[in-house]
Design a protein around this ligand. Structure first.
Ligand code: C5P
Length: 412
C-alpha cells in the first residue's frame, strides 16, 4: 500500500517555503517524511527562516538547491522567481508565520517567498504556527479568511503547549499530518476540513444557548448578560465533527454556524417546548443561561408609571429544561449541563449533577468576565471524575468538549 502511494506520488514535487519561526525545524522532518512518500521538495528559505534552519541542512535533505534571495543574479539566471513559483505541483508554507500570511493575503511582494506566493499559479497550503494571541488576533483571522477565500488550504494549527510557554491554538501541525494534507492536496482535494475524522457522524446533538427573556409586559422583560458565544461555539465544534446539530437559541447577536439547524426562542417555556420538539437526540448540552424566574403575571398592556406606587413584581420559577430532559421518556443518551459558579465550584457542580439528573456538568468560574467574554475556565465534573481545564478560548473549550463527547460514544 505504502509503495502504491509512493508510486502515485513519485512524480510530484512541492515548493516548500520555510518561514521564520521556532517550528521551522519541523520543516526538515517534513522534507524527510515527504521523501519517504516519494514527494520531492524544492525549498525557499525566508531571511527570517535562515535564523532557525540553515540552507545547508535544508539542501542536504531535499537534495536540491535552496533559494533564499530575490535579488541574486546567479539564482535568477538558473531559475527565475516566476519559473520557481510554477515549477512545483503545490506550494507549501511551513511554518506559515503571521507575517508571511499577512503579506500573501495583501499581495505584498518584497522578498522571494512573498513574490513567489504572488506569482504562483499553483494551490498554496499553509501550516500556520504562532503564539495563540497572534493566531486569534483579528488581523490574522482576517488574513486567514482572505487566503481561504482565495483558494488556499490550511493544515492546523493545533492546540497544545507552545514554545513561548503558553497553551492554546497556534502549535504547528506535526510533519506527518502536514504530509497527509500535502498528499490530499496533490490528489486534488480542495477541502481539507472534509478529510478530518467525523467522530460524531450519525449523532444528533441538541444545544441550548444564550439568555432567555421573561416578559413583564409587552415592552419589558427579565433577562441576563449571556452572549451565547459558548453555546454557538459548541454547535460549530459538534457540526465540524459531523453531528447533526439543533441549536435552540435565546436572543443573541451572533450568526448561527453554517449547517446548524437554528430554532430561535425568547422565553424559558418556549425553549423547553423547542427542546422537547427536537427529541429524540443523542446528546443534549444545556448551555443556555435560562432565567431562573419569570413574572407570575405578564401585563397584556404596558404597565403605566403613575408616579405613586411601584408595581409589585411577583415571580415564579421557570421550567428547568435540563432537569426535564434528564428525566424525559425520550432521554438523550448523554445529558450535559453547565454550572456558572463564583465559589466552591466543584462541590456546587457535584451537587447540581445529582439534583438535575444529568451525566456531566461543565462548571465554569464566572467570577471574572466570562459572560460575554471570549475565554472560559471550565471543570468537567462527572460522577467519578473531576477534570479541571486550563483557561481556553470558548472555541477551544468547545472543541475539547466535542472531542470528549466523541470519545465517550466511541467507548460505548
Ligand atoms: O440551576 P442552575 O441555573 O445553576 O443550572 C444551570 C444549568 O441548568 C445550565 O445547564 C442551564 O442551561 C440549565 N437550566 C435549565 N433550565 C432552567 C435553569 C437552568 O435548563 N430553568
Amino acid at each position: 500500500m505504502a509503495d502504491k502511494v509512493k508510486d502515485e506520488m513519485s512524480d510530484k514535487r512541492i515548493l516548500l517555503i520555510i518561514g521564520g519561526g521556532i517550528a521551522a525545524y519541523k520543516s526538515l522532518l517534513l522534507i524527510r517524511v515527504l521523501a519517504k512518500r516519494g514527494i520531492q521538495t524544492r525549498a525557499i528559505l525566508t531571511r527570517a527562516g535562515t535564523e532557525f534552519v540553515t540552507p545547508l541542512s535544508v539542501g542536504a535533505l531535499s537534495g536540491d538547491k535552496v533559494y533564499t534571495d530575490l535579488f541574486s543574479l546567479s539564482d535568477e539566471a538558473e531559475m527565475g522567481h516566476i519559473e520557481l513559483s510554477r515549477s512545483a505541483d503545490l506550494v507549501v508554507v511551513v511554518p506559515a508565520t503571521a507575517d508571511l500570511m499577512a503579506k500573501a493575503a495583501n499581495g505584498l511582494a518584497n522578498d522571494l517567498a512573498s513574490t513567489t506566493l504572488l506569482a504562483t499559479d499553483k494551490r498554496v497550503l499553509y501550516a500556520p504556527a504562532m503564539n495563540v494571541r497572534m493566531w486569534e488576533n483579528a488581523a490574522t483571522v482576517r488574513n486567514v479568511e482572505t487566503l481561504r477565500a482565495d483558494g488556499a488550504l490550511f493544515v492546523g494549527p493545533e492546540e497544545g503547549d507552545m514554545a513561548c510557554g503558553e497553551f492554546g491554538y497556534g502549535r504547528m501541525a506535526e510533519p506527518e499530518t502536514i504530509a497527509d494534507a500535502i498528499e490530499s492536496a496533490l490528489a486534488g482535494v480542495t477541502d481539507l476540513d472534509a478529510m478530518k475524522p467525523k467522530s460524531l457522524a450519525g449523532k444528533h446533538v441538541l444545544i441550548t444557548a444564550g439568555p432567555t427573556r421573561e416578559p413583564i409586559d409587552p415592552v419589558r422583560y427579565l433577562s441576563n448578560h449571556s452572549s451565547g458565544k459558548q453555546g454557538y461555539a459548541l454547535a460549530l465544534a459538534c457540526a465540524d465533527l459531523g453531528a447533526k446539530v439543533s441549536l435552540v437559541s435565546g436572543p443573541v447577536d451572533l450568526t448561527p454556524p453554517h449547517g446548524v439547524e437554528i430554532i430561535n426562542v425568547e422565553t424559558a417555556q418556549d425553549m423547553l417546548k423547542a427542546c422537547e420538539s427536537a427529541l429524540p437526540c443523542d446528546v443534549f448540552i444545556s448551555v443556555a443561561a435560562v432565567a431562573d424566574w419569570r413574572p407570575r403575571n405578564t401585563g397584556i398592556q404596558k404597565i403605566k408609571k403613575d408616579g405613586k406606587a411601584v408595581p409589585p413584581l411577583e415571580l415564579e420559577e421557570t421550567p428547568d429544561i435540563l432537569k426535564t430532559l434528564s428525566s424525559h421518556k425520550n432521554r438523550p443518551t448523554l445529558v450535559i449541563g453547565f454550572a456558572a459558579e463564583t465559589n466552591d465550584i466543584i462541590p456546587h457542580a457535584q451537587a447540581k449533577l445529582a439534583k438535575k439528573g444529568c451525566d456531566w456538568i461543565v462548571a465554569n468560574d464566572v467570577s471574572g468576565d466570562v459572560m460575554g467574554g471570549d475565554e472560559n475556565t471550565m471543570i468537567l465534573v462527572q460522577t467519578d471524575n473531576v477534570d479541571p481545564w486550563p483557561k481556553l478560548s470558548k472555541r477551544e473549550a468547545a472543541e475539547r468538549l466535542a472531542a470528549k463527547i466523541a470519545a465517550h460514544f466511541s467507548k460505548l
